[in-house]
Design a protein around this ligand. Sequence first.
Ligand code: GKR
Ligand code: MG
Length: 419
Amino acid sequence: MKITDVVLTPIAFRDPPLLNSAGVHEPWALRTIVEIHTDEGICGIGETYGDIGHLERLRTVAPALVGLDAYELGPMHQRVAAALRGQTGDDKHGLTGKISAPGTVDRVYSAFEVACLDIQGRAVGRPVVDLLGGAVRDAVPYSAYLFYKWAGHPGTEPDQWGEALDPVGVVSQARQLIDQYGFGSIKLKGGVFPPEQEVDAVRALRDAFPNTPLRLDPNAAWTPGTSLKVAEDLDGVLEYLEDPTPEIAGMAEVAAKAPMPLATNMCVVSFEHVAPSVAVNAVQVILSDHHYWGGLRRSAHLASICEAFDIGLSMHSNSHLGISLAAMTHLAAATPNLNYACDTHYPWNAADDVVVPGVLSFVDGSVAVPAGPGLGIELDRDVLGRLAENYRTCGLVQRDDTGYMRKFEPTYERKRPRW
Ligand code: GKR
Ligand code: MG
């Protein structure tokens, strides 16, 4: 089944003013929708980052895939690597760590791999989860992903979520998300306020939700010393502490004394980071993310590596729509040792989903594995057209949380660690 065409559509969709250690989300989040066509008339879809550098790399690689068989995923990875010629990607926020040349290949390959798995599943009439070994769970639990946030983007009316800048606001946001989606665990994005304030917010969450697993992720905003202080303050409260401090060495220093497991999507983000991290026991949980670990099958390899080294496995997210959610759900359903509820930004962006409604829904915080062939979802072409038009007119070509924050706080500096 030969690939005849690869279509890349950059899109922009609305994003609330979510705060993090890099600044604040802009009014638009960017993604690229990938469609791969074959000579048998079957088309597969994928979703990936929309930053201009990444989009240009996708555009460089796309023509090199024409003529390949949609089952030839190993050769496809090689063609991506050859077309990129050692390029190394970067981003302006650094929230998923340092991007290496092999990591760049995996980031670019991922969306094409997902689209080909969609094609393969459609061709044989089986869901992608079956191509990954079959479902070990019928539905995938996700966590409520809380953010400190402004009530609305400056100059606009408050959005449906309202302001969350203190423990009361954080608890109220958790209630909204849990009431609407039924989530059974909670992650708070930190690194925004001095750590004592974020500890107070976690304590308020514990009081409000006594039996719900909690996580805190300051995206490397703290020194090892501050991280240890927070870890001690939250002993018995967190299921894991995510990226308190930068780099493998810093995480190892904290992990040696912290009472809870440390998790990362910043210091172990590519296969070459695993061995150095294992050598010093820097992290006890890795957040996988098929968008940068090289697609669904290579994320399954990561899961095996975690199993071999007795490292826990969770799943990371960035602003995304339903194609990514479907892919994440198939992968998580096929991964036996994914023992934590996955992260998802989906509730923040669901209103603009590019997937035809009906298949992807949250029941008690979980998404049932789509049963149809391939990813089991369909592109809503009207919405795709609208979001592509947003991209053409929104004026953004790459995510810049720090630059956006500086528009309102001109002296704002991105610092990791800050405290
Ligand atoms: O969307 O602001 C955000 C998050 O901070 C995201 O970019 C991170 O990559 O969710 C991510 C994380 O867990 O670090
Ligand atoms: Mg994180």
